[in-house]
Write a protein that binds this ligand. Structure first.
Ligand SMILES: NC(=O)c1ccc[n+]([C@@H]2O[C@H](COP(=O)([O-])OP(=O)(O)OC[C@H]3O[C@@H](n4cnc5c(N)ncnc54)[C@H](OP(=O)(O)O)[C@@H]3O)[C@@H](O)[C@H]2O)c1
Length: 256
């Protein structure tokens, strides 16, 4: 039996991954943005060991999530799943002055990776849209250019792959991979999304717990349990290191 922590698991693919892990007999700690969402999550997923609380758009609250996770003990796997979508019509500034997409999709998984006691496996939810992401890593928080919501989202999904691969390079004792779940009908994907919703949760669960040698790899990008080629820049150690440096600067937290 494995113990898995999943961010953004009050809904969508995160909750579905948690439910699948529970069905398979694993122990799961979920995460919700606030007390109200946590209460709702406990009701719909009563088998979860615990629901930790914190808004990932806030650096302070994200630190709090890491503290809560560490206080409940060690994890075999962490699935960095929480995300905000690609439809924001304008730049939303967080309490730290960052753009919402960068804060939730990029900086929060960085902070949690840095502060949560190192698990055996790390999984980062990316998207096929990362292929359109801007690998220059300039103006990450959208202060110098007109807002484009889908581009902002695509950029952060590129960052998630960079983060997975940067960790794979730095922490050889951890399996660190990225997943593209397909375009599926969650709150984010919308009701018309064409891909298989159930398949959208399988790969991250497989990477988190499977003893299949194909799942026990590191620095790979997966779609439906098969390796797929990510944006070539994600393989570039200099780009990976630039993202880590920027995240260190914005968060004030050094990657161990
Ligand atoms: N759906 C797709 O087609 C698709 C495609 C490619 C990649 N992905 C990726 O898959 C992951 C999961 O997406 P999904 O489709 O399951 O989205 P979703 O249904 O919108 O669920 C997102 C989850 O993240 C949580 N969350 C969002 N902002 C948060 C914040 N500031 N603090 C704490 N929690 C927050 C949400 O909480 P609330 O429930 O309280 O809002 C929810 O539990 C994301 O990383 C996304 O980029 C999805």
């Amino acid at each position: 039996m494995a113990r898995v922590f999943i961010t953004g698991s009050s809904d969508g693919l995160g909750r579905m991954a948690g439910e699948l892990l529970l069905e398979q007999g694993h122990s799961v700690v979920l995460h919700a943005r606030n007390e109200q969402r946590a209460m709702e999550t406990r009701k719909v997923v009563p088998g979860a060991e615990q629901v930790v609380i914190g808004d990932l758009s806030s650096i302070t609250q994200t630190r709090g999530v890491a503290e809560q996770v560490n206080s409940v003990g060690a994890f075999d796997a962490v699935i960095h799943n929480a995300g905000v979508g690609y439809r924001s019509a304008s730049r939303i500034a967080t309490e730290d002055g960052l753009s919402l997409e960068f804060a939730v999709n990029t900086l929060a998984p960085y902070i949690l990776t840095a502060l949560i006691a190192r698990p055996k496996r790390l999984i980062y939810l990316s998207s096929g849209l990362h292929q359109n992401g801007d690998a220059s890593l300039n103006d990450l928080t959208w202060e110098q250019r007109p807002w484009r919501g889908q581009q902002a989202y695509s950029d952060t999904k590129l960052h998630d792959v960079l983060l997975a691969f940067a960790i794979a390079r730095r922490w050889p004792d951890v399996f660190s991979n990225a997943v593209e779940p397909g375009w599926v009908a969650t709150k984010m994907g919308g009701p018309g999304a064409p891909d298989d919703l159930d398949a959208g949760r399988q790969t991250q669960v497989w990477l988190a717990i499977s003893e299949d040698p194909a799942a026990k790899v590191t620095g790979e990008y997966f779609f439906h349990q098969r390796r797929r080629d990510p944006h070539p820049a994600t393989r570039d150690p200099q780009v990976q290191d630039k993202l880590i440096a920027v995240c260190e600067k914005f968060s004030g937290i050094k990657l161990p």
